[in-house]
Design a protein around this ligand. Structure first.
Ligand code: NAD
Length: 462
């Protein structure tokens, strides 16, 4: 695999300040495929300074011109789509078809949406005797996870560029090669030097230095709730803007009038896709008492289809963590009906597609985010019970409701404490605001709501 041995700072690949490196491992066969530099606070400082220097000119660039540069990034990603898909598969382990359709297809769509939004967005509003200007927040420190390596980057960089902000990106240590390809795409798109900068490195070193840097005006973080809490505290102490996209434990609520087979099949696919490493996955399936055993049988059948098709989880630590949760589910008395804690292959960080029945709301596997291919099926007595269970975690990122009539599903969905709900299998929409209620986060990504995160208002009175 091709890897740069430097950082992309101020429009060029530059040697890292230190000599430490990070090994990139293919989780499907445990082989080291590349090394990238482990950035330090010095690299972060150089990148933030470059971003600050580039800010005034980029902020003053007409939105139509910013839109054209974002469209050029989109085109550069399209031109390299096979290379990017192969790289995502090599460092994340996702099956190639998933890499092509989702890991590359989705960020291309998101980049395209921001090229359009940047050109059409109203950066000026009238309010009585005032004109309100929506101005860029400034320098953005973007910290991203590995589960959708390119999407997480584009979901921050594209709206930040559209708003007129400049950026320093610190991508996840497991998937830095995709981030380097993104930096190449930015370079090809002809962005002015310093508008986008990339520092690879470890979270507690480079990530922390970026979150703490006084030259950063907004920290946009996606990752675990534990790290998000720390970044939120740091930003709060510095009175600095922060956006947090954190964990989830979403409910898939199947009401008795729903098409049960469809709801279960789509629900299982939703959890197993990307080896369960999706923050918005519906990892708790809620089924009425009268349909419970039928739903369990359907879920077992659906999970069996994933046995051969599923990719590994991202690294050995995640594999241990997920298997630990499966053991805990068994120990707490849930009924294991598919999969289990044993590794299905000798090599690679694989976890069997796993389904638990007889899961009760207080069990660890019903409360904590597992981030692996593990589904819990819970039983409810009536709608009030279903609602109480669905809302009974600290998270509130996503969810699904299935019913015979849309109106019935919508009435239930409106009572869920969560940021996104799919009605009867509604499709993912890259223009819809994405983000969490409760401890799933602060702020929204995607579409115009995602753009407004990177803007601040100035009102002029006449
Ligand atoms: P993580 O929090 O360990 O890491 C995320 C990023 O933060 C990485 O780039 C990492 O290097 C960096 N980081 C780690 N420690 C840091 C520190 N002390 N200071 C600054 N940066 C630091 O999470 P992960 O294991 O990479 O990702 C999995 C988690 O991300 C899951 O909990 C998942 O739900 C969450 N996630 C949420 C969303 C969302 O949109 N809500 C999307 C994807 C993933």
């Amino acid at each position: 695999m091709k890897a740069h041995d430097g950082m992309y700072i101020d429009g060029a690949w530059r040697p890292a300040a230190g000599t430490d490196t990070i090994a990139v491992v293919n989780p499907a066969d445990e082989q080291v495929i590349a090394h990238v530099p482990a950035g330090t606070a010095d690299d972060v400082d150089a990148a933030v300074r470059a971003a600050r220097r580039a800010l005034p000119a980029w902020a003053a660039t007409p939105p139509a011109e910013r839109a054209a540069r974002i469209a050029a990034i989109r085109d550069a990603l399209v031109a390299r789509k096979d290379e990017i898909a192969g790289t995502v598969t090599a460092e994340l382990g996702s099956p190639l078809k998933l890499s092509q359709a989702v890991h590359v297809g989705l960020p291309i769509a998101v980049a395209g949406s921001y090229a359009e939004l940047a050109a059409s967005y109203a950066f000026e509003e009238k309010a009585g005797n005032s004109t309100v200007h929506l101005e860029p927040v400034g320098v953005v420190g973007a910290i991203t996870p590995w589960n959708y390596p390119l999407h997480q980057i584009v979901a921050k960089v594209a709206p930040a560029l559209a708003a007129g902000c400049t950026i320093v990106l610190k991508p996840a240590e497991d998937t830095p090669l995709t981030a380097q390809l993104f930096a190449e795409a930015v370079h090809e798109a002809g962005l002015p030097a310093g508008v986008f900068n990339l520092v690879t490195g470890l979270g507690p070193v480079a990530g922390q230095a970026l979150a703490e840097h006084e030259g950063v005006d907004l920290v946009s973080f996606t990752g675990s709730t534990a790290v998000g809490r720390q970044i939120g505290a740091t930003a709060g102490a510095a009175v600095k803007r922060v956006a947090l996209e954190l964990g989830g434990k979403s409910a898939n609520v199947i009401l008795p009038s729903a098409d049960l087979a469809k709801a279960v099949n789509v629900g299982v696919a939703n959890v197993m896709s990307n080896s369960g490493q999706t923050c918005s996955a519906w990892t708790r399936m809620l089924v009425h008492d009268s349909q419970y055993e039928e739903a369990v049988a359907l879920a077992v059948e659906a999970a069996a289809k994933y046995g051969e098709r599923i990719g590994p989880v991202v690294n050995a630590k995640q594999q241990r963590r997920v298997r630990g949760y499966i053991e805990k589910g068994v120990a707490e008395g849930a009924r294991l009906v598919a999969g289990g804690p044993e590794a299905p292959r000798d090599q690679g960080y694989f976890v069997s597609p796993t389904v638990f029945a007889d899961v009760t709301p207080e069990m660890t596997i019903a409360q904590e985010e597992i981030f692996g291919p593990v589904l819990s099926i819970l039983r409810y007595e009536d709608e009030a019970d279903a609602l109480r269970i669905a809302n009974g975690t600290v998270y509130g990122l996503a969810g699904a409701v299935w019913a015979g009539e849309e109106t019935e599903a919508v009435a239930f969905a409106r009572q869920l404490d969560t940021g996104q709900v799919d009605i009867n299998g509604g499709r993912f929409n890259p223009l819809a605001p994405f983000g969490g209620y409760k401890q799933s986060g602060v702020g929204r990504e995607l579409g115009s709501h995602g753009l407004s995160e990177y803007l601040q208002t100035k009102s002029l009175q006449f």
